[in-house]
Design a protein around this ligand. Structure first.
Ligand SMILES: C[S@@+](CC[C@H](N)C(=O)[O-])C[C@H]1O[C@@H](n2cnc3c(N)ncnc32)[C@H](O)[C@@H]1O
Length: 210
């Protein structure tokens, strides 16, 4: 195992659990994840940090995928602790291992920054949703402020290998709308107490065409 693979397998999952589990981020999750209902699919479910926010009275089935082995362990441990039935699989968003129209809600938090091909992932999310199904999103990405965005462009090549392939410069709501979803924003702002290059967040509900 090379140094980068060792770092990605052992260090990145712990860093993700720590940073993505900070109070300010958990407060944003609490605004988005409880909106999930029916058959729910979570993309990048590794870490399991969203599970506590699902409303068991509204969620009838839960499935998720993630390519990170350690992160999948965390997610499965969390499901065991909660004692709810889940279908958590190894997989990537570019090729989601579920049939078309299988889900009422898809949830995607802090994952579009890390996938290899966001346009393909969004097309896959549309495919697995029923017509009119909802994609709940909470992502960080390209800042609307030109000076911050310039720094994001500069820092991204150094950041990516340290942060599990996370990109700083990806547009969020714009790319979701471009994939054919109707986006209803809930919020957009910098997370406090974080460097601005990594702090711009957008969250909301995106509806697949009916
Ligand atoms: C910053 S972490 C966020 C984890 C979790 N979604 C959360 O909100 O805490 C990024 C996640 O994206 C996952 N990931 C990376 N590439 C992916 C891909 N192509 N498809 C699906 N998930 C991917 C990583 O394994 C990791 O779990």
């Amino acid at each position: 195992m090379g140094l980068q693979s060792w770092y990605d397998a052992h260090v990145v999952p712990r860093v993700i659990r720590k940073l993505c589990g900070s109070e300010v981020i958990m407060d944003r999750r609490a605004e988005v994840v409880p909106l999930a209902s029916g058959r729910v699919f979570e993309l990048g479910c590794g870490g399991g940090l969203n599970q506590r926010f699902y409303d068991p009275a509204r969620v009838t089935a839960f499935a998720g995928i993630d390519p990170g082995a350690k992160l999948l362990d965390y997610a499965r441990d969390e499901a065991k602790r909660r004692g709810w039935a889940t279908d958590i699989r190894d997989g990537v968003g570019e090729d989601i291992p579920f049939a078309s129209g299988s889900f009422d809600t898809a949830v995607c938090t802090f994952t579009l920054c890390s996938v290899a091909d966001p346009a393909r992932v969004l097309a896959e999310l549309r495919r697995i949703l029923v017509p009119g199904g909802r994609l709940l999103f909470l992502e960080h990405g390209r800042s609307p402020d030109a000076d911050v965005a310039r720094w994001q462009d500069r820092i991204e090549p150094l950041w990516k290998p340290l942060a599990g392939g996370c990109h700083l410069t990806r547009p969020i709501s714009g790319s979701i709308a471009q994939a054919g979803f109707a986006v209803t924003p809930i919020g957009a702002r910098y997370a406090p107490r974080m460097p601005r290059i990594a702090a711009w967040m957008e969250w909301g509900v995106a509806t697949a065409p009916g």
